[in-house]
Design a protein around this ligand. Structure first.
Ligand code: SF4
Ligand code: SF4
Length: 261
């Protein structure tokens, strides 16, 4: 990692995604200008850098793998990158588009497209780590500016950052915020969700819908039973769990609280 201290060569790649996590780079504003002194950003199509030279010190990857061409491209990126870091729910966990994994590919392709023969897709949308080794995963949908600044500062010092896996509930307690589930009966996903957002939604009196992914040591069955207790119907509980992170085992909970086999 020593040479990373000397203006590392950086690429930002996109796969199946909405571009929201790449926008976190552009939203850095003045910080991006100062990072551009520290980093040599050679490939970032959304920002106009298109140098296709292959050997890279840090490859940031947004999006999930949906086609055989995607799978080949990510293997090529891995082969030529010293560090490969996934950014956002799509890249770390398959994202919203992994909802399609619940249905059979032939069924939805036939139902949606007029000319299904033109659809070239793998059977499921999958996270990057199912295809190549990943050095660090930055969770969120989208990731935020503070996460990115912390990550880039660590990389500039030659280290990978500490992975924050605390539950959102811990962040609420640290900020002395009233629990929205206890005080308002809101179906908050905070007990399953990793912190990283500063408990943004509870700080505005709203329940969390888990956009930062699973925390460590979580108990989905218990939370599903709690949601039943505050009056959610089985379908509503199912929808709470099967949203952005439907592809993550930790969120694959049935409405009656049994984990999928
Ligand atoms: S994680 Fe969310 S914001 Fe980021 S690319 Fe995927 S859908 Fe967009
Ligand atoms: S509180 Fe939950 S839904 Fe809101 S930003 Fe944070 S992780 Fe996302």
């Amino acid at each position: 990692m020593g040479d990373l201290l000397q203006r590392p060569r950086v690429a930002v790649h996109k796969f199946s995604s909405c571009d929201g996590c790449q926008l976190a780079f552009l939203n850095l504003g003045e910080d991006l200008l100062s990072f551009s002194q520290q980093l040599d950003i050679i490939f970032f199509a959304e920002a106009g850098m298109m140098d296709t030279a292959q050997d890279i010190d840090i490859a940031f990857v947004e999006g999930s793998i949906s086609t055989a061409k995607d799978a080949q491209r990510i293997r090529n990126i891995r082969e030529h990158s010293h560090y490969l870091i996934t950014i956002g729910a799509c890249a770390t966990a398959g994202g919203l588009q992994a909802l399609r994994n619940i249905a059979k590919t032939d069924d939805w392709v036939q139902a949606i497209y007029t000319n299904p023969e033109h659809i070239d897709t793998l059977d499921k949308a999958s996270p990057i780590r199912e295809h190549v080794a990943v050095d660090f995963e930055l969770w969120g949908c989208p990731i935020n500016k503070q996460q990115l600044i912390g990550l880039i500062n660590n990389l500039s010092l030659g280290a990978l950052p500490f992975e924050e896996t605390d539950k959102l509930c811990m962040q609420c307690k640290r900020q002395q915020q009233a629990c929205v589930m206890v005080t308002k009966g809101s179906p908050c996903m905070g007990p399953l969700t990793r912190t990283g957002c500063g408990a943004l939604c509870p700080s505005f009196g709203r329940d969390c819908y888990a956009c930062y992914g699973p925390a460590e040591n979580i108990n989905g069955e218990a939370l599903a039973r709690r949601f039943e207790g505050i009056g959610l119907l089985p379908e509503q509980i199912h929808n709470r769990f099967h949203a952005i992170y439907s592809n993550e085992a930790a969120f694959q909970i049935s409405p009656i609280g049994n984990k999928k086999s």
